[in-house]
Design a protein around this ligand. Structure first.
Ligand code: DGJ
Length: 743
């Protein structure tokens, strides 16, 4: 028996009597437990059975086994040509942090604080299968599990499916996961959990803009602040599943795994199949669940520092029109307003003058860049900025030298090509020669230029993604090869950062995040959309990993127009970038943009080390997002009106999460121009503004000193419960606030 406890979470495992590990409790902290407590908990968890089911209580292991009488989805589905399809594993060894505990003196290991890793070895002699299950309690109080299956038989063993599960209590009956599509990623959806399986399959060969991302099941009505929630995330960038199951007995669980295509994994003698990590987060309210993932990610040695450089990406400024003079002018203007990293996007290589040609030919286009990228790279680095470059290593256009030379490298099921998508096909990194070619091409570019950053794109689903000559499914291998390639590049280029982009935000998962440093949330930079997408993407990732740009006034994806104040007040809560043709904007706009860049730089340490706060409002038009310093000494918030309300004024705004016993000064933060239609409440102490006739919707001055004025002093308790009157403003506008502790 093993009881683990960390960061407000207890995890109690039953590993007794040579059985696979089963979770007896995963949830609220149970305090210090001794052996008798753990035994009592295990006993308390055994159900009384019922009519017309197997005579022994069915024990739900982390890898559910059919032989126990479990008739829900099994953990392992596979066979040796029809045999060994219902294995019965016997645990042979249990270790906690590498130390054996089976046959131990006291029979229980209680780790009362800290991260811990439990490994259980098991075997089924008859089925000739060996299994290792690892369960960890990680930083942030997150749990995760994975399995390794080894074929010990002479005949091949086909793995059809291998999932791991975490049991959840019956009071958790409401599901929240995500939908989405290009330009609108991570749209929350809720439904009730009934008997059966709520199954989310990702069959796109990449994580997908429509991925479940996180599947939560909580007590009905759970919100950002309240309600117990158990959530699962599959840390994998290929085909995958997330699911919640409620069986007829009332047993409930959440789980996930890789989704394997027919015959994709056939283990020869001695070969191993490893599942991805399946992560679990427990918390009261969605913010608490998100905080576990954030703390887990921030605890990594490789986690980027809080000084995330302000980035200029040229994509929406120039698209494929690479003109050195304009790109240099962009660089000069960017540097002048404080940009720290410059990223050259798609279009610099081969015949890539549009999206129909060139993918796969990773050499600089002599036609567009007669002197190579040197003039631009030199200019950018001379200006003191880092240089970043776009690649899409897993893709190929038929109109490319590489496709003409190696048609067998294109993923396909046989003699026909898959349907095209964005005029491109997938190049097969599972073929060693192809992998070596792509790796060497990237290495050559990295050797020639001073490149600090790669934007790694992936712009189509994997359809009919097989391997020549017989067309066997290759998504599993492709996903592993992608990971290997990133790992190799990173190992050879310490300090190089990589952004995970996939038609916007279609590769957002902890598998890719184990090895990359930023994700591109969406190709939609419209702040109205980003208010939602950034907010929900931060359910998994902390703000410093979310690529968050300020784009042109008219959104290229939605056509909507927004003031710079709204675009910027939205973007600064992520890793700030600019994706806007700075060569075509006015001096006033540049000056205002510079103000926002300075504000971001002055505050990024807080923004990227604090706890994310999202406030529940009955009126969905009102959106509030805050970052609280871990010691609660200060916090920054954005309050956005995404639409018009049914009532005239939004009323009081609460600022929860502060230390109730401390006194705080709250004040607005005036950056750039004020939001349109600003009507400040008296507590701002703003200088009365002159009457603005209807139609004049742009207030030019805040009527406040640069520090925001005296504001109000209130206790954390009062700010969290009573709140202060909100300023009014027009829809699609935002205001920043700051709270600072005075004692
Ligand atoms: C899709 C990405 O999401 C965009 O940001 C851009 O890099 C294009 N691909 C380039 O083709």
């Amino acid at each position: 028996m093993i009881a683990l406890r960390f960061e407000g979470v207890s995890l109690v495992l039953d590993v007794s009597a040579g059985q696979l590990p089963a979770i007896v409790h995963w949830g609220a902290d149970l305090g210090t437990l001794d052996l008798a407590d753990v035994e009592a908990l295990i006993l308390s968890n055994i159900d009384p059975g019922g009519p017309n089911v197997v005579d022994e209580p069915v024990r739900l292991a982390v890898l559910p086994e059919h032989w126990t009488g479990w008739v829900g989805r099994p953990g392992l589905s596979g066979s040796r040509a029809g045999r060994a399809w219902s294995p019965k594993f016997t645990a042979t060894d249990v270790r906690v942090d590498g130390k054996p505990v089976i046959n131990g003196e006291d029979g229980a290991t209680v780790v009362n604080a800290g991260v811990a890793s439990v490994a259980v070895d098991a075997v089924d002699e008859e089925a000739q299968l060996q299994l290792q299950i690892t369960i960890e309690l990680c930083a942030g109080g997150l749990i995760r599990a994975r399995a390794e299956l080894i074929n010990r038989g002479q005949d091949p063993y086909t793995v059809n499916d291998c999932v791991l599960v975490f049991p959840i209590p019956q009071r958790a009956r409401e599901i929240l996961d995500f939908a989405g599509h290009w330009g609108k990623e991570r749209v929350p959806q809720r439904r009730a959990l009934g008997v059966g399986i709520h199954l989310r399959e990702g069959r796109k060969g990449r994580t997908g803009a429509d991925a479940a991302t996180l599947l939560h099941v909580g007590v009905p009505g759970f919100s950002f602040a309240n309600g117990e929630i158990w959530a699962v995330h599959t840390g994998w960038s290929g085909n995958h599943t997330h699911y919640a199951e409620r069986v007829f007995t009332g047993v409930q669980l959440i789980g996930g795994g890789e989704l394997l295509l027919p015959g994709e994994v056939i283990l020869q003698t001695g070969q191993t199949y490893s599942t991805p990590w399946i992560y679990g987060a427990y918390g009261s309210g969605l913010d608490a669940v998100a905080a576990r993932f954030h703390r887990f990610l921030r605890a990594r040695d490789t986690h980027p520092t809080t000084s995330r450089p302000v980035t200029l990406n040229v994509w929406e400024a120039v698209y494929f029109n690479h003109d050195l003079d304009q790109l240099v002018e962009l660089a000069e203007r960017a540097a002048a307003i404080g940009v720290e990293r410059y990223v050259l996007d798609d279009g610099w290589f081969g015949a890539r003058r549009n999206d129909r040609a060139g993918l796969g030919d990773w050499t600089v286009s002599a036609e567009v860049w007669p002197n190579g990228l040197h003039p631009l790279v030199d200019k950018v680095t001379d200006l003191g900025m880092q240089f970043g470059l776009w690649f899409e290593p897993e893709m190929i256009n038929l109109d490319s030298a590489t496709a003409r030379a190696h048609p067998e490298w294109i993923m396909a099921t046989g003699n026909r090509l898959p349907v095209e998508s964005r005029h491109q096909q997938v190049i097969n990194l599972g073929i060693p020669e192809c992998y070596a070619y792509i790796r060497d091409a990237i290495f050559d570019i990295l050797a020639e230029y001073k490149i600090s950053y790669i934007k790694w794109d992936h712009n189509r689903d994997l359809i009919d993604a097989g391997t020549a000559p017989d067309g066997r499914p290759g998504v599993h291998e492709q996903t592993l090869a992608f990971y290997r390639l990133v790992d190799e590049i990173k190992a050879a280029h310490p300090g190089l950062e990589i952004e995970s982009c996939s038609s916007g935000g279609a590769r957002v998962d902890l598998g890719v995040l184990e090895r990359t440093d930023r994700i591109w949330v969406s190709d939609s930079i419209d702040p109205l959309e980003r208010q939602q997408m950034n907010r929900w993407t931060s359910q998994l990732l902390p703000p410093e990993l979310l690529g968050s740009h300020i784009a042109s006034a008219r959104s290229h994806t939605t056509g909507r127009m927004h003031d710079l104040s709204f675009r910027a007040a939205t973007a600064i809560f992520g890793h700030l970038g600019i994706e806007w043709n700075l060569t075509a904007i006015s001096a006033e706009e540049l000056a205002e943009l510079r103000e926002w860049v300075s504000f971001y730089k002055a505050n990024r340490r807080l923004l990227f080390s604090g706890d994310v706060l999202r406030v529940d409002f009955p009126d969905a038009n009102l959106v509030m997002y805050g970052i609280l310093a871990p010691d609660r000494s200060e916090a920054i918030y954005t309050v956005a009106f995404n639409g018009s309300s049914d009532v005239m004024l939004p009323g009081r705004l609460r600022f929860p999460g502060l230390d109730p016993g401390r006194r705080y000064r709250i004040r607005p933060i005036p950056v750039g121009r004020p939001p349109s239609g600003l009507n400040p409440p008296p507590w701002w102490g703003a200088i009365a503004k002159e009457f603005e006739p209807p139609g004049e919707h742009r207030a030019l001055h805040w009527g406040l000193p640069p520090d925001g004025g005296p504001g109000l002093v209130l206790s954390g308790a009062a700010l969290g419960s009573t709140g202060v009157m909100a300023a009014d403003m027009h829809p699609e506008q935002a205001i920043l606030y700051r709270t600072e502790a005075l004692d």
